[in-house]
Design a protein around this ligand. Structure first.
Ligand code: DSN
Length: 423
């Protein structure tokens, strides 16, 4: 590479100072505050280098060895490397690394196996499911028929498998989908697989949130339970660029590939695929498994700290990287107010609906917290205790401007000791 990232930055600074200033401001925000949104992370400098490479210039419609444009010697090699690493990490037969992000990734799976009007059994949005799992406001919810199962809030968020079985027998879904965007517990993949087999449905797991934890072997892998298809984004616990991957059994490989291209997408983003390949190499290293174990330990310590301070957590705790704090039950304030207070002290979270939330999505009853990004910066149990104390203080009695400013300085001082990789 004859022009490095530093030179790219110098060019941008000189030729577009407005955009440069906004990026520099975001760098400062990321360094001086702490990111606790569970779906965000700080990626590797090597990933930034791949994203900012000349691969962004290249069209590569098709698949390695079967492209519709010439000049694919290097892009073919990169895509093959990414797919091989994905297969090895997730112990599956086939990987498609072309989905541009999570929504097209899941859409490609639905269109691979379903006709309009066919049924999918998936998790209710307010209980932790994702928009692309058929929320009525999503286009997918208009094309296919999504039937929703729920958790039992009084029983530590357990999924009611009697209800899942009853719904499956009644509605005969073509796909049984387990996956979540706001569920702090691990999944009973064997339970879902047994029910899907009873009704002849395919099994799909969307592990976007926990992809890195599954790759590292610290959470269960759905393929060990015979799942047909697994989808994951690559930028959450995996720490990569913003993209998606579809992993599947050999029998589904051609159907999935056809559905991604030419079914749903045109040219894949080859710079992103190179960055995914880099991410997957990092995920094979022992340091990544140690990171994943620390993500889980940090989440437990953060949960315990909040519980000890009177915090009310959805499901009562966490098995993964994520916590959902019921701010109404904890402090009598809605999630938007809590998010804003925490933002003011440099702690970034996101407001979050909780199971059967009586409040609307822009003023829901909770906030969602996660430890992947803080752990990437090297924070461990002592830092989680400090963060937990600050969160409890800020949510419960955070109104005073002088107090908030002092706490913002404390957060910034802590963050100073843990630089963001790549900055
Ligand atoms: N927006 C992602 C999340 O925050 O979980 C899912 O798409």
């Amino acid at each position: 590479m004859n022009v490095g990232l530093e030179s790219y930055r110098a060019l941008l600074r000189r030729n577009d100072p407005e955009v440069f200033a906004a990026i520099a401001g975001e760098e400062q925000r990321q360094q001086s505050g702490i990111e606790l949104i569970p779906s965000e992370n700080y990626t590797y400098p090597e990933v930034l280098a791949a994203l900012g490479s000349v691969l962004t210039n290249k069209y590569s419609e098709g698949y390695p060895g079967r492209r519709y444009y010439g000049g694919q010697r290097y892009t073919d090699a990169i895509e093959e490397i990414a797919c091989a690493r994905a297969r090895a990490l997730f112990r599956c037969d086939h990987a498609n690394v072309q989905p541009l992000s999570g929504s097209p990734m899941n859409q490609a799976v639905y269109f691979a196996f379903l006709r309009p009007g066919d049924t999918v059994l998936a998790m209710d949005l307010s209980h932790g499911g994702h928009l692309t799992h058929g929320a009525p406001v999503s286009h997918m919810g208009r094309v296919f028929r999504f039937v929703r199962y729920r958790t039992v809030p009084d029983e530590a968020g357990r999924i009611d498998f009697d209800e899942v079985r009853r719904l499956a027998r009644e509605t005969r879904p073509k796909i049984v989908l387990c996956g979540y965007t706001s569920y702090p517990r691990d999944y009973d993949y064997a339970g879902f697989k047994a029910i899907a087999d009873e009704v002849g449905a395919l099994t799909m797991a969307d592990i976007s949130h926990v992809g890195g934890l599954v790759a590292a072997g610290v959470l269960q892998n759905p393929f060990d339970f015979g799942f047909d298809v697994v989808t994951t984004t690559t930028h959450k616990t995996l720490r990569g660029p913003r993209a998606g991957m579809i992993l599947c059994r050999r029998a589904h490989a051609a159907t999935i590939d056809q559905s991604v291209f030419p079914g749903l997408q045109g040219g894949p983003h080859m710079n992103t695929i190179a960055a995914v390949a880099v991410t997957l190499k990092k995920a094979q290293e022992p340091a990544f498994a140690a990171y994943a174990r620390q993500v889980l330990r940090n989440a437990r310590v953060l949960a315990d700290t909040l519980l000890a301070r009177g915090g009310v957590l959805v499901t009562g705790g966490t098995d993964n990287h994520m916590l959902v704090l019921d701010t109404v039950a904890t402090a009598g304030i809605d999630g938007r107010a809590a998010e804003q207070r925490l933002d003011a002290v440099g702690i970034t979270t996101n407001k979050q609906i909780i199971p059967d939330d009586p409040n609307p999505p822009l003023r829901p009853s909770g906030v969602r917290l996660g430890t992947p990004a803080a752990t990437t910066r090297g924070m461990r149990e002592p830092e989680m205790r400090r963060l937990g104390g600050w969160i409890a203080d800020t949510v419960c009695d955070g109104g005073d401007a002088a107090v908030l400013e002092r706490r913002r300085c404390d957060v910034a001082a802590l963050c100073e000791r843990f630089p963001v990789p790549g900055l």
